[in-house]
Design a protein around this ligand. Structure first.
Ligand code: NAD
Length: 260
């Protein structure tokens, strides 16, 4: 049903974003990848997606802490594909330290990347979606868009902001056949959480598996990580016709974390 649609997925060179890119490409969606990282590795990822799923896969290396880069990313995709029908805002970084010690520059970076970039891509992509009368916007928020944890002031503030932005965009475009929803993962084993796993592992003499068990045991009742594939499947549902009337929701995929 999505074959021939065109998507931009921010922060999609690894982890959850790549999982979402694979899920959409499998359905015949052309994909504009974005992210930082090793150029050779990124090109291998791009080419392998294109080969495996026979869709047009492009890459943009814009640093989305900059508003102009967010705008340029959408314009580049519109020029390459002719439209941006699906926008997945997924880029994110983390920093874990008590609020009184939180470096202001880190606060600014997290707010810019994890929240403001979502605003800039959305405001740039919306007019085209409105003209065509179809659009799907999916924002990767987090359980931290719904509840808090210690030592994550900027991340929790940004993710709560993403949930709020999601609701406003959903309401403003409810009649226009443009949906806007947020995915709220608990723990997913990606590069973003490696530092937190290492910190836990240190308590167990560097035992990584023990560190993972400790991390999961504290908040995620299933005691299982969600996978990028799981998140990809949820994003695909939000993009489907079956979800045309699902908008403005913040849907946890968290093994029961927020049910407690
Ligand atoms: P990840 O580190 O694997 O992915 C982050 C992506 O963002 C990468 O492609 C990276 O290159 C890119 N990126 C980082 N800074 C950038 C910048 N300035 N400009 C452009 N690209 C940049 O981590 P992930 O876990 O897959 O995170 C993806 C999203 O999922 C984030 O928004 C994160 O907050 C959210 N999330 C993750 C978890 C988890 O447990 N891993 C849980 C809830 C929510």
């Amino acid at each position: 049903m999505l074959k021939g649609k065109n998507a931009v997925i921010t922060g999609s060179t690894s982890g959850i974003g790549l999982g979402i890119a694979r899920a959409l490409a499998r359905e015949g969606v052309n994909v504009m990848l974005n992210g930082l990282g090793d150029p050779g590795e990124t090109e291998r990822t791009r080419a392998s997606l294109e080969k495996e799923f026979k869709v047009d896969v492009r890459y943009d290396g814009g640093d989305l802490s900059q508003a102009e880069a967010c705008v340029a990313l959408i314009h580049k995709a519109e020029e390459a594909f002719g439209s941006v029908d699906i926008l997945v805002n997924n880029v994110g970084i983390q920093h874990v330290v008590p609020t009184q010690d939180f470096p202001p520059a880190k606060w600014d970076a997290i707010l810019a990347i994890n929240l403001s970039s979502y605003f800039h891509t959305i405001r740039t992509a919306l007019p085209g979606m409105q003209t065509r009368g179809w659009g799907r916007i999916v924002n990767t928020a987090s359980v931290h868009g719904l509840v808090a944890s210690i030592d994550k002031a900027a991340y929790v503030a940004a993710k709560h902001g993403v949930v709020g932005l999601t609701k406003v965009v959903a309401l403003e475009n409810a009649e226009a056949n443009i949906t806007c929803n947020a995915i709220c993962p608990g723990w997913v084993d990606t590069p973003l959480v490696q530092a937190q796993i290492q910190t836990r592992a240190a308590k167990f003499g560097g035992d990584i598996e023990a560190g993972k068990r400790d991390l999961l045991g504290e908040k995620q009742p299933s005691k299982r990580f969600a996978t990028p594939e799981d998140i990809g499947a949820m994003a695909l549902y939000f993009c489907s016709e079956a979800a045309h009337n699902v908008t403005g929701v913040a849907l946890p995929i968290d093994g029961g974390w927020t049910a407690q």
